[in-house]
Structure formats: structure tokens, C-alpha cells
Ligand binder design. Structure first.
Ligand SMILES: Cc1cc2nc3c(=O)[nH]c(=O)nc-3n(C[C@H](O)[C@H](O)[C@H](O)COP(=O)(O)OP(=O)(O)OC[C@H]3O[C@@H](n4cnc5c(N)ncnc54)[C@H](O)[C@@H]3O)c2cc1C
Length: 405
């Protein structure tokens, strides 16, 4: 009887990135034995199921970065995938709105970046044309990105999951990885569902990717700091204020896009998200607090260096979190007619933001390799849009470094 480990590759995490990786592994290598280990009871339970649902087109990102390269391709791939798999998707376009003269140079820069990145159809529009696109937005000038779309990423994850299973992949839910040991020539994963024996590992653990990397003996050189994004929803009778997606010109010093209006495929209009430091990695509510995790954050030198650089933005975000009036004021820059009464509390998401020991917020996707392992250490927005392309990229890496036939 062969004593080979029952799995060739085990992926940690059934978010969009982990499931896409498993799907592409099996598509290219149908005989490979692939497992996915997920601690929660269903797919896309963390970032992949708590996001804005925007299929980004690739405007914001530094040319040449992974984000820039993956997003343009990722948008096209995601839109096609949804159409082919009956996942409702709508290419509604996005209007990035400058409301003050000092934002105009940054809007020009966005057009330049988007064009350099190969985003098609971008158009700088004046206030009149902006009003035709979004009649209630207060633009003095705007960048129109007609290719941006919306989707419910949970439905995308459900299709990834079906395909993984249909190709023979094993997906274990309610199975938390707690320790990794090397035994003989194999890697043994100790989980809440018993041992899983495997040859190779891919870490797609999102908010816990640094912890999982360390379990596998890899020093990630960064720490995941959780940032909660809180949303409001627009009251039904005010939804006509938003046709598609209305975004502000982002603050270049901050990796988040700023609170925006998003028409969703779930049938309502969202406003948000802000970006506040969360006191727990899965801290979806203000009251969620983990003493051990807070001590971990406070003991990380990178946190203090980040705080020194970003304290102004941090305070602004905190104010917006605790004072609805602050949130509403930000939204009124985009649509002056919006009032506090138009907004009901909505959901939230928690971003896994990698921070270096020097205090820099890692902007680009970061994927590292260890012996027999690959680690997705930073996959923030537009990671959902790019999930098909990231999965393919990980399989390219795996073929080389795991020597997959
Ligand atoms: C508020 C917000 C808004 C966003 N908006 C957009 C958007 O509009 N468009 C876009 O393209 N992107 C957006 N993003 C980014 C996008 O959601 C992420 O890039 C993407 O979901 C990352 O997927 P993932 O698979 O890496 O992580 P996750 O979805 O977080 O998956 C990681 C999985 O690993 C599991 N896991 C962790 N530790 C363990 C363990 N020890 N054992 C077993 N399982 C474990 C977790 O339970 C989780 O299911 C947004 C993100 C947030 C938070």
C-alpha cells in the first residue's frame, strides 16, 4: 500500500482566492488530489462575502504593479466567468467625482494611470455630462469608467466551490488549521477536524495569512492589521439618487478608496465603507474585541510607525464611525441631497491589510513562497475582481516551485 500523503496540494481558506486557486489547480492538473480547508461553515464567509461587490476596472493602481496588471485582465475574466456561469452581473460604469478644484490634478493622474494600465473607454467629463450619467452627483469634473461592474461575489464563490467539487476536489468546512508539522516526507496539518496529510500547501487565509505563514515556518515580514469598513444603506425611496457607482477622488496617502455609493446586485444601494482599525481580526461589530489580538497589534512596531504617519486619517475615520453626521458629510460631497434620514445602518467588512515593520501599508498584492508552500500575504481590493487571475498566477508559481507535472 502506498504511503503517499492523500493530498498533493492543500489550500487553506475557502475565500475567492483559495477557491479560485483550487479550481485552477484542478482544471490544469485533473489528476491532482486537491483539498481546501476552511474554518467557517460556508465559503466566502470573511472578506470575500463582505465587500462592495464592485468589479473594478484597474484605474487606481501604479502601472506595472500586480494590481494594475491583474485588474484589467481580472475584470474581463470575471465578467466573462459570470456570464458563462449564470451569475447575474451588471456593467453599470463608475463615476469618480471631483467636487473641489484641488482634486482636479489627482483626477488627471487617475486618467493617466488608467490609460497606462490599458483600461478601455475612460473619459474625462465635464459637469454637464456627469449630470447626464449621475443626475444627483455634484461633480465639477469627473472620470467616467464605463467598464466597471457589479456582482454578488458570494455567488461567484459558490460557483468556484461547485467546480472544485465537480472536478474531485475535497472541501472541508468547519475545519480550522491550528498547527503544521513536518513528519517524514510529508506535511501534517493539525485541524479541528483531525489530521490532513499533504505534500504542498497554499496559504489563502486572508485575515490570518500571517499567522498561517508562521505556522508553516515562514516569517512573513509583515503583520495583518484588520480595518473594518462600515456601510449604510440608502432608504428605498431615495435609491433613485444613485444609478450605478459614485466614488470620490481617493486620498493618495491612504490605500482605501473613500466612502462611495454602490448600487449592489443584492437589490439595494450601499454607502461606505469607511476604514477604522478593528480590535479583532474578524471584528465586524464595534464591540468585537480580542485582548490577545489588541496586545499583538500594540506590540508590533509597524503599528506605531503606521499610526505616526496616518493618525490624521485615522482620526477622521474614527469620527465618521462614531458620528453619523461625519459620515453623511462625506457622502454629501458626492450627492448634496443625501441626508442622515436617508441612511439606515448596513453591514460591514473587515480588510486584511498587511503592514510592514516600517509602518507602510502594503499596497500591492503580495505572494511569497517557502519550501513546498505559497503564501498570499496581501490580497486587498481589488482582490475579488482579480481572484481568477490571482488563482491562475498561483498555479503558475506552484507548477514551478512544487514541480507539478
Ligand atoms: C470592506 C471591503 C470592501 C471590498 N470591496 C471590494 C470590491 O468592491 N471589489 C473587489 O474586487 N474587492 C473588494 N474587496 C477585497 C476583496 O473582498 C478581497 O480582496 C478578497 O475577498 C480576498 O479573498 P481571500 O480569499 O484572499 O480572503 P478571505 O475571503 O478573507 O478568505 C480567507 C479564508 O481563510 C479562512 N481561514 C483563515 N484562517 C484559517 C485557518 N486557520 N484555518 C482554516 N481556514 C482559515 C477564513 O475563514 C476565510 O474564509 C473588499 C474588501 C473589503 C473587506
Amino acid at each position: 500500500m502506498s504511503n503517499a500523503p492523500p493530498h498533493d496540494v492543500t489550500v487553506i481558506g475557502a475565500g475567492l482566492v483559495g477557491l479560485s486557486t483550487a479550481m485552477h489547480l484542478l482544471e490544469r492538473h485533473p489528476r491532482l488530489k486537491v483539498a481546501v480547508v476552511e474554518k467557517d461553515p460556508h465559503p466566502a464567509s470573511q472578506q470575500s462575502g463582505h465587500n462592495s461587490g464592485v468589479i473594478h476596472s484597474g484605474i487606481y493602481y501604479r502601472p506595472g504593479s500586480f494590481k494594475a496588471r491583474f485588474c484589467v485582465e481580472g475584470r474581463a475574466a470575471m465578467t466573462r466567468f459570470c456570464v458563462e456561469n449564470d451569475v447575474p452581473v451588471r456593467t453599470c460604469g463608475k463615476l469618480i467625482v471631483a467636487t473641489r478644484a484641488d482634486e482636479l490634478p489627482r483626477l488627471d493622474l487617475l486618467l493617466e494611470r488608467g490609460t497606462a494600465n490599458g483600461v478601455e473607454g475612460l473619459e474625462m467629463v465635464g459637469s454637464e455630462r456627469a449630470r447626464e450619467i449621475e443626475p444627483h452627483a455634484a461633480a465639477i469634473r469627473a472620470l467616467w469608467a464605463p467598464g466597471t461592474g457589479i456582482v454578488d461575489f458570494r455567488r461567484v464563490a459558490a460557483v468556484y466551490l461547485d467546480r472544485v467539487r465537480a472536478m474531485g476536489g475535497e472541501v472541508r468546512f468547519d475545519t480550522r488549521l491550528s498547527r503544521v508539522v513536518r513528519r517524514g516526507g510529508e506535511t501534517v496539518l493539525e485541524t479541528t477536524g483531525g489530521e490532513v496529510r499533504t505534500r504542498f500547501l497554499v496559504n489563502c487565509a486572508g485575515l490570518h495569512s500571517d499567522v498561517v505563514a508562521r505556522m508553516m515556518g515562514v516569517a512573513p515580514g509583515l503583520r495583518i492589521i484588520p480595518f473594518r469598513g462600515e456601510y449604510y444603506t440608502l432608504e428605498k425611496e431615495r435609491e433613485h439618487l444613485v444609478r450605478g457607482l459614485i466614488y470620490p477622488v481617493p486620498d493618495p496617502a491612504f490605500p482605501f478608496l473613500g466612502v462611495h455609493f454602490t448600487r449592489t446586485m443584492k437589490g439595494y444601494v450601499e454607502a461606505g465603507p469607511n476604514a477604522v482599525l478593528a480590535t479583532k481580526r474578524e471584528g465586524y461589530r464595534k464591540r468585537d474585541f480580542s485582548p490577545a489580538e489588541v496586545i499583538g497589534i500594540l506590540g508590533y512596531p509597524g503599528f506605531w510607525r503606521m499610526a505616526r504617519r496616518q493618525w490624521r486619517a485615522g482620526l477622521r475615520e474614527l469620527h465618521r464611525s462614531f458620528r453619523k453626521s461625519g459620515f453623511v458629510r462625506s457622502l454629501q460631497h458626492l450627492i448634496p441631497e443625501v441626508t442622515a434620514e436617508d441612511l439606515a445602518p448596513g453591514g460591514s467588512g473587515v480588510r486584511a491589510q498587511a503592514v510592514t515593520p516600517g509602518g507602510a501599508l502594503v499596497d500591492d498584492f503580495r505572494i511569497e513562497q517557502g519550501p513546498g508552500t505559497i503564501h498570499v500575504l496581501n490580497a486587498p481590493s481589488p482582490g475579488a475582481t482579480c481572484s481568477l487571475v490571482i488563482g491562475r498566477h498561483i498555479v503558475d508559481l506552484a507548477e514551478r516551485s512544487f514541480g507539478l507535472e
